[in-house]
Every structure is written in structure tokens, then in C-alpha cells.
Design a protein around this ligand. Structure first.
Ligand code: FES
Length: 103
């Protein structure tokens, strides 16, 4: 399934990149720009980023279910990840509203 029409990136390519990043450091926080940078791509319209965030959350959750870690470690990590992505999403919305007002 095509996720990013600007860069022609599929969900599978994004998932594979996320898994590669998690293999390097399974506790790092992953954001869309980090995934795109690892793929030598960059966000253009960034309209795909909310879907990429959902893929990051799903893939990271599955990765940690498949790899040994305590439930407490996983719960803490997923809480931090969701909070971080919510903050990013809120900041993005504020940025868009400010730029819309300026126009
Ligand atoms: S749809 Fe991904 S950057 Fe535009």
C-alpha cells in the first residue's frame, strides 16, 4: 500500500526501515523525519506523516511484543512514544494554524 505519494513509499518500506532502526536501538524514539532520513527521503507536503506515525506505533508495538522485554518496560516505552507523537502532532497543527493565519 502506497503511504507517501510524493516519494512513492509503501507501508512495507516504512515498516522495514522502522525495524532496522529498532534493531540498532530498540528504545529510541522514532519520528517520521527519522524514518524518511534513514530512507534518504524527505517530507515534501508531509500529508503522509500522520499515517507514518500510526505505522511507527503499530510496528514498534509489534517489534517489542516479538522481542524479550518486561511488560513494564514496554508500557513505559509505549507511553513515552505516544506522548511524544501527540506533542509532535499538536505542534504541527499549531504550526499549520499559524501559517494559515499569516496567509
Ligand atoms: S505524501 Fe508524503 S511527503 Fe507528501
Amino acid at each position: 500500500m502506497l503511504v507517501c505519494s510524493c516519494n512513492f513509499i509503501t507501508a512495507k518500506e516504512i515498516e522495514d526501515t522502522i525495524v532496522a532502526l529498532l534493531d540498532e536501538d530498540c528504545w529510541q524514539l522514532i519520528v517520521p523525519s527519522k524514518v524518511y532520513h534513514a530512507m534518504a527521503k524527505r517530507g515534501r507536503c508531509c500529508g503522509c506523516f500522520p499515517n507514518v506515525v500510526d505505522i511507527i506505533i503499530r510496528t514498534t508495538e509489534r517489534y517489542h511484543l516479538e522481542h524479550p522485554s518486561t511488560e513494564a518496560e514496554m508500557f513505559d516505552f509505549m507511553s513515552r512514544l505516544k506522548r511524544f507523537h501527540e506533542e509532535q502532532r499538536r505542534a504541527d497543527i499549531e504550526r499549520r494554524q499559524k501559517s494559515h493565519r499569516a496567509a
